[in-house]
Ligand binder design. Structure first.
Ligand SMILES: Cc1cc2nc3c(=O)[nH]c(=O)nc-3n(C[C@H](O)[C@H](O)[C@H](O)COP(=O)(O)OP(=O)(O)OC[C@H]3O[C@@H](n4cnc5c(N)ncnc54)[C@H](O)[C@@H]3O)c2cc1C
Length: 291
């Protein structure tokens, strides 16, 4: 049962930040409520003040400029990212990832900011934003700060937000030329939370096809979205082939720290990390070669 709280709905970032500054730990933000209400109903979270930011239309936008990159307002719903022509053209992996996130109903109400701030290591957007080198803009009455997506994740359902801060924007640089990016997750049914997932970004040097840069991040394979740097190191500076990608999958599975739950044991997840790193890296490589 949900404990009583005061509900405060507002329309501007300034109003939200003033309330957060006033109530700090006693307050909780609600955007779409798709994740928050679940844990409140389970009695895992109670708050004195619920600050509803869904009405702040100024944080609902998708802007792109080749030099400055992509900027997504924190209150943009998943469905808008999935269907955005700008994103489909310049950041196809984001649209693909969103198309497999939950049901259309959830995507039509849940926000990208809420997904990232919930801090679920099984979430799909975080590993994709990690391999895209995304940064997050966090605001408080005292000003703004920028943090990388990777640094933002602290632990299971824990992110680097201070009590008086809110996420306002996600910033994604334009990937360098000859870059291929892909994300896939293991599910029983389309749209399920992934049992594990892998995001891979590969940049090739144009002349010799050497892997100039690579980033691999996993979902649901640790208490945070996990960058697997040893697997990346095995591939960086090489001309990639299937044997190397198999090896990278094996290394990634030793870096993963998965938990067991009803959807799969830790051992099964480690095996699936091998499969998905190889599979998704193969797809990213094909895309990089076609760029
Ligand atoms: C049936 C179902 C299936 C789902 N399947 C998937 C899936 O396959 N993949 C996946 O990745 N996700 C999945 N989700 C999670 C879903 O994507 C998130 O619940 C949703 O995006 C959260 O957004 P929200 O706006 O509803 O956030 P809320 O639930 O309102 O908030 C979530 C958390 O973020 C905080 N918060 C929200 N916005 C901000 C902000 N701007 N600044 C600071 N803190 C903020 C809140 O205080 C709260 O702690 C699923 C959810 C449901 C209900």
């Amino acid at each position: 049962m949900i404990r009583e709280f005061e509900y405060l709905a507002l329309k501007t970032v300034k109003e939200a930040l003033s309330l957060l500054s006033q109530y700090k730990e006693e307050a909780k933000i609600i955007a779409g409520g798709q994740s928050l209400l679940v844990i409140m109903k389970q009695g895992l979270l109670a708050t004195e003040y619920l600050i509803d930011i869904k009405g702040i239309s100024a944080l609902d936008y998708i802007n792109y400029d080749e030099g400055k990159g992509l900027k997504i307002g924190a209150l943009t719903i998943h469905r808008a990212i999935e269907r955005s022509p700008i994103i489909q053209k310049h950041f196809r992996v984001l649209s693909e990832m969103e198309g497999n996130l939950a049901s259309i109903q959830t995507r039509n109400w849940g926000t990208i900011g809420g997904n990232l701030c919930h801090g679920d290591p099984a979430g799909d957007p975080a590993p994709v934003f990690i391999v895209l080198n995304a940064k997050l803009k966090l605001a408080s009455l005292g000003g703004e700060r920028i943090i990388s997506m990777e640094e933002f994740s602290k632990d299971y359902l824990e992110v680097a937000l201070k009590p008086d801060e809110m996420l306002t924007e996600i910033q994604v640089p334009t990937p360098p030329p000859h870059t291929g990016i892909a994300y896939e997750k293991l599910t029983v049914m389309k749209g399920d939370i992934g049992i594990i997932g892998a995001a891979v970004s590969i940049t090739l040097s144009p002349g010799d096809g050497i892997c100039e840069d690579i980033q691999i991040a996993l979902s649901n394979a640790a208490s945070v979205p996990l960058r697997v740097r040893e697997a990346e190191s095995r591939l960086k500076g090489k001309v990639l082939n299937d044997d190397l990608l198999i090896e990278a999958g094996e290394i990634a599975s030793t870096e993963a720290k998965p938990l067991s739950d009803v959807h799969g044991s830790a051992e099964y997840r480690r095996e699936m990390v091998k499969v998905f790193v190889r599979r998704v890296a193969t797809k990213a490589l094909e895309r990089a070669r076609a760029e």
